[in-house]
Design a protein around this ligand. Sequence first.
Ligand code: FAD
Length: 496
Amino acid sequence: MHTPVRKIVIAGGGTAGWMTAALLRKVLQQQVEIQLIESEEIGILGVGEATIPPIQIFNQYLGLDEKEFLRETNGTIKLAIKFENWRVQNESYFHTFGAPGANLGFCSFQHYWLQAKKAGMQASLWDFDLNYLCCKQGKFNKINTPNPIYELPYAYHFDSGLYGRYLRKLAEKSGVIRTEGIIEQVKTDAESGFIQGLQLKSGEQIEGDLFIDCTGLRGVLIKQTLGVEFEPWNHFLPANRALAVPTERFEHTSPFTRSIAHSAGWQWRIPLTHRNGNGIVYSNDYLSDDDAYKTLMGNLDSKALDEPRQIKFETGRTVKQWHKNVVAIGLSSGFLEPLESTSIHLIQSGIVRLLKIFPNQGISQHTIDFYNADSQEEFETIRDFIILHYHMNERNDSEFWKDMRSMTIPSRLQHKIDLFNHSAAIFNDKNDIFRDASWLQVMLGQGAKPQDHHPAAAVHGDAALLDAMHKLLSAKQQPLDKMLPHDEFLDRYIGR
Ligand code: FAD
């Protein structure tokens, strides 16, 4: 047990630090004191531009106005990720935030779709997905309808550095104390091992009851001070480097991220309102830094605005995300490559998890264990989803893709793939942020071919099924008339 938590100290002021400060302040109000320490001399990582839909909930909790948020962060709408060359070269598929088809009762839509294909239907799964149809036309608009077949879930592309600054204004206005300085020493209690205070280079001492480590890849508190081990996952996900470069914006802003696989590694392209974010993620075991540079610079399609910046990382997580009186949030807690834009979401879910079991009267081991088990499962399910993209490839043009295909994958993932191949069924893990529709799109996109599907899909006969499918296809087309080109939407909505 520990003393009641009356003062929280957040170490680090990147996206993680300011998201944490803003939400803790909003929820806990004046019940606790919050102080954040950051160092401009050290700076922030400053990449990270694509998100997934739950970010909307985070912004709503904070009471952010969506138009102001988009203006402040140079944000655009993200409906999907387009995966190019991932299964084989010169082929692509979308992982959208939508759900293809409709909820047709007992069994999921893919079973009806598979049965209809057997009966001669040509339409792809994605033809039934409004998010995909909007991506194809480069369009978006907000739809206000109670009919679930017209749901259009979306996230954002934005400049995460600007997002941090925006949240900083909000947090400071509501009473979070910001201190500029470098943490030089950490004082721990000899008996309990709990952190008592931080000493800055200036000599200033900052004490607290609960410490949130948002110091990025360094992990000043969780790794350097408490010595929590890091569990590497590079045997599954060997990428350990990225080169990031901004380029001029294109004439048209697409409402999706592009992920382009190369002979080793992959390249992202993220459209913001004022520029594009680009980068290549690779492993130096398979691609030299020089070749990564050439691959990136040779595939930009608009003028580079700077020289590429290299970032080195290790994939994996700290075995405990909460130890003693330190909770690690953000890159200090682990890193998964940005293939599915999940890091900012992991920040969000870490803060929400902490708030749900907030240790008001003191920290108990039960609380810590619950937090750690929950976050472990979340990290691992995301890891498995990312591995899926690499593992189910059919490329033969490099050792990299062959190695990815032949590697031993986590047993839960293998089970998921086997089940889908066998019967087109998908099961969800409790803490998996990616639901059926996401697994379905990536498995099919990467070439899975289920041998069977649910018998309920055949009960009404093929003629009735094909008729229903064609009606659904044309229903999905209807909202397209009300959609605007993405740029026009942004111009009208945020007054760009
Ligand atoms: P940082 O930004 O590194 O912040 C660390 C803070 O700690 C800074 O304020 C620093 O000054 C401070 N600090 C460190 N040491 C000390 C010290 N001793 N004393 C005082 N202060 C200290 N995420 C997504 O969700 N979507 C993406 O598309 C995406 N793309 C990415 C692409 C790449 C190549 C990489 C590497 C990451 C990407 N991420 C993405 C992850 C995203 O960048 C991070 O999750 C996000 O920036 C949060 O970082 P952070 O706040 O944890 O760390």
